[in-house]
Design a protein around this ligand. Sequence first.
Ligand code: GLP
Length: 242
Amino acid sequence: MKIQVLPTIPEVAALVAEDIAEFINANPKKLLCFAAGDTTLPVFDALIRLQKENKVNLSNTYYIGLDEWVGLDRKTTGSCAQVMFDEFYEPANIPQENICVWDGLCVDLDAEKRRMEDWISKHSGIALSFLGIGMNGHVGFNEPYIGLPEGTLIVPLDETTKKVSGKYFDKIQDIELGITIGAGELKKAKKIILLATGSGKAEIIKKTVTGKPDESVPASLLIDHHDITLYLDKAAATLINV
Ligand code: GLP
């Protein structure tokens, strides 16, 4: 695994955006999976800036939502779909037909899983997984001890995830389940980019990169991928030697 540390969040975001843009330019019309959450937002801004400078065409590719809170859809502030549409797909002018996201309000979760898996198959798999790392080491909603499932899955949320979730919502949301693309499916991508920033992530980053891959830290199960880069700002890298 390659680890890249830059002093500040804007500098890391710019470098990650360049990496993603280069991938899109070299691999047109592929399927990309981008995480919502707070960490990826500065990268979305940087990508949109690169598009304005004509350095990348963000519509020359397809997108799949990584995960969603069961019970919330795009209309709810803080849902993954709301974040992705308002912070990336719409400001980047991505055509609706290039995008497939989870509907957390669907009545049939199994049918929803199939719909997402069909989109993945239709585009010959995910080519690039761009993921944030949660406070408990999760990627998407692949919580500790879930392993590397392929396809998609419904997950009872970890206590840490439920506690952290309050930061996304403008009112209290009673959430117990997540739906997500499996870590094994994300790992089949040609390229993986992991991103973590801020001192709050320093401890989980240490657990992710030191020691053997361990099911208690889901992100650590990805690090033996053939093309994976972990991008950190200085604050997130304080407990590791790089
Ligand atoms: C959230 C989401 C992930 C996200 C991760 C990190 O709970 N399920 O998609 O990448 O955890 O979130 P954040 O960037 O807000 O720390």
